[in-house]
Ligand binder design. Structure first.
Ligand SMILES: [Zn+2]
Length: 302
């Protein structure tokens, strides 16, 4: 059972209303003025993670979710290794998909990307298009047992304590699915540099979505995922977990009827958190007390 603290001090109220918009505007501005520099993505995400990580310790929404050094250091190491694998998979997609998708673009008359639009408008266009594909991938993971297992998505859901760093705590198998939506949009439409800005925004919003800090959800939460909505998706209750599939954009959940909003009591796949080894084995063996896996409790009962 987790109790959520209310914003009490002036600083907490400032964070409540200002943190998410400030981080979004901050990273987009940073990217815009440094977009030709290759290291702009890792620098922006590192800054977001450090800011959220420090604030989670000082102003946690759920005090029993605070990740102390031992838990945090394991997660940091895991995310660094997985981030390297993510870059490798992205390069591999570029290698194998660029040519066939360029051929398809020409053959199907898809040379329609608005390259003359302002760069920030292009960025939001590729962002919402990529998130549209991810929405259906993610919904499929929670709908079909085969996709749930093959992607190892349960490993991402298995953590009982969430923090901003959890945005990158995924099963290695899932990297292939996580990278694919943006690669498809970028390579099919020949997007260009706006796709890199979209990647910065996506990772920033995914970090915010897992953060253990109390933040406002109105206005910004109409289009973009907030941590209140995404933590509901991480609920250990199946009916709550099967909502809010958009990890960065929530608009697709609103349009396709999977949006949900309520405070969450407990996160995870069930009553207990699997060990790291059990998480790694989840594509092959679902933990016995898992309650949110597709084909599990509800289907058996009905
Ligand atoms: Zn999920």
């Amino acid at each position: 059972m987790t109790a959520i603290s209310q914003p009490e001090s002036g600083i907490e109220r400032t964070l409540f209303y200002g943190l998410q918009p400030a981080l979004m505007v901050g990273v987009l501005t940073f990217w815009y003025f440094n977009r030709e520099i290759p290291s702009v993505y890792p620098l922006a995400i590192l800054a977001v993670q450090v800011i959220l990580g420090v604030l989670e310790h000082r102003y946690p929404a759920r005090r029993d979710w605070v990740q102390f050094w031992k838990e945090k250091s394991v997660l940091i190491l895991l995310v660094i290794v997985l981030a390297s694998a993510t870059v490798t998979v992205g390069v591999w997609y570029d290698t194998v998909l660029a040519e066939p998708l360029a051929v398809l673009r020409a053959a199907a008359g898809l040379d329609i990307w608005p390259h003359t639009w302002p760069i920030m408008a292009q960025l939001f266009l590729v962002f919402f298009a990529s998130e549209f594909i991810w929405y259906w991938f993610h919904r499929a993971e929670h709908r079909w047992s085969l996709v749930w297992k093959a992607s190892g998505h349960g490993a991402h859901h298995s953590f009982k304590h969430l923090g901003a760093i959890n945005f990158g705590a995924n099963h290695p198998f899932e990297i292939f699915l996580l990278v694919l939506p943006a690669a498809l949009v970028e390579l099919l439409f020949g997007v260009g540099i706006a796709a890199a800005g979209s990647a910065v925004l996506t990772s920033t919003l995914a970090s915010i979505a897992h953060a253990n800090i109390r933040m406002n959800t109105r206005w910004i939460g109409f289009l973009f995922t907030t941590n209140r909505y995404h933590i509901r998706h991480h609920s250990a209750v199946l009916e709550e977990s099967n909502t809010n599939y958009g990890c960065s954009a929530i608009i697709w959940d609103r349009l396709f009827g999977t949006f949900g909003d309520s405070e969450v009591v407990d996160s995870g796949i069930g009553p207990t958190e699997p060990t790291m080894w059990e998480k790694f084995l989840m594509p092959f063996r679902e933990p016995r007390d898992s309650e949110i896996a597709p084909g599990g409790r509800v289907e058996e009962a009905s």
